[in-house]
Design a binder for this molecule. Structure first.
Ligand SMILES: C[S@@+](CC[C@H](N)C(=O)[O-])C[C@H]1O[C@@H](n2cnc3c(N)ncnc32)[C@H](O)[C@@H]1O
Length: 284
């Protein structure tokens, strides 16, 4: 079949399924299936493909038309300029979280912080971007999910960060509780689950049907993890330490209050690129 026709078919298939960027995604899936970069893709238009090749491409389109996120199909999401491997079992890192990373990097550089904990680290995207951008900083990653820990470890290795990064598995601060004084960090960053339980059924199918609910569900108010984390975060921060949290667009006041009650000061809220409250920073 001529590639030109195959691509038109692909775009139509996704458009009919309601995928908004049908053209871009049908081309991305084509490039993924045949291992092409953008330059190689431009040379494809005059070619034809064998029946089996067309079939296997159409199978990928069917998965996407069934609303499987394209990142789970291709196994990859770019975050802060780095290719992060993702698969079902781990949250796909969001562009919004890059603002969290930007603020964390600014703090680390200004204050010469040396140790960072990425709590609820998932694929490791946030901590990996920090380790890549902040030379000499040691980043510890922690997540309760076995899949997340395995995937973060493989991302760290793939990106050549094994010396700077360590991954542990456990419930929030549990792995850092020590008999003679807890392990402490200069900076704690976290993008915990923060979606109220009753909102989850209304999310896009890509999210509610494919991403792990344990990465999304923040309890009845969406604030369960902020309460739990901030209840003891101070015990794991060094003197002059700080915390950087990702929040939902409508959680700034609630999270600021929880921070205040937990003894944090200089609480600041920052917006993401879409102009929504996304990051809270506080000193301990
Ligand atoms: C919103 S996702 C964030 C993942 C990653 N930081 C990112 O931004 O892409 C939240 C993560 O918290 C983890 N998690 C949920 N409950 C946890 C707990 N009690 N202790 C540690 N991690 C937990 C989930 O497995 C998930 O990976």
């Amino acid at each position: 079949m001529p590639v030109k026709e195959l691509l038109i078919l692909g775009e139509k298939r996704l458009a009919n399924a309601g995928i908004s960027n049908a053209k871009g995604e049908s081309q991305d899936l084509y490039c993924y299936r045949f291992g092409l970069n953008q330059r190689q893709f431009l040379m494809e238009w005059q070619k034809t493909r064998e029946f089996e090749d067309c079939e296997s491409y159409l199978e990928l389109l069917d998965r996407r038309a069934d609303r499987e996120p394209i990142q789970y199909i291709t196994g990859s999401q770019n975050f802060y300029g780095y290719d992060i491997h993702v698969e079902p079992g781990v949250l796909i890192p969001r562009l919004d979280s890059e603002t969290v990373v930007e603020h964390a990097i600014e703090l680390i550089k200004d204050r010469h912080y040396k140790t960072v904990l990425d709590l609820c680290s998932g694929s490791g995207a946030l901590g990996i971007a920090i380790a890549k951008e902040c030379h000499g900083v040691k980043v510890t990653f922690s997540d309760e999910s076995e899949d997340a820990v395995r995937i973060a470890k493989s991302n760290i290795e793939k990106l050549g960060l094994s010396k700077e990064c360590k991954v542990v598995r456990g419930n929030l601060f549990e792995p850092f509780k020590k008999f003679f004084g807890n392990q402490k960090f200069d900076l704690i960053i976290s993008n915990p689950p923060y979606i109220p339980t009753n909102v989850i059924p209304n999310l896009d199918r890509e999210v509610k049907d494919f991403e792990p609910v344990s990465a999304l569900d923040g309890g009845e108010t969406g604030l369960d993890y902020y309460n739990k984390i901030l209840d003891s975060a101070g015990d794991y921060l060094k003197k002059n330490g700080a915390i950087v949290l990702e929040i939902g667009y409508d959680q700034a006041d609630d999270v600021s209050k929880i921070l205040e009650d937990a003894g944090f000061k200089d609480i600041k809220v920052f917006k993401d690129l879409a102009g929504k409250d996304r990051t809270v920073i506080a000193d301990f």
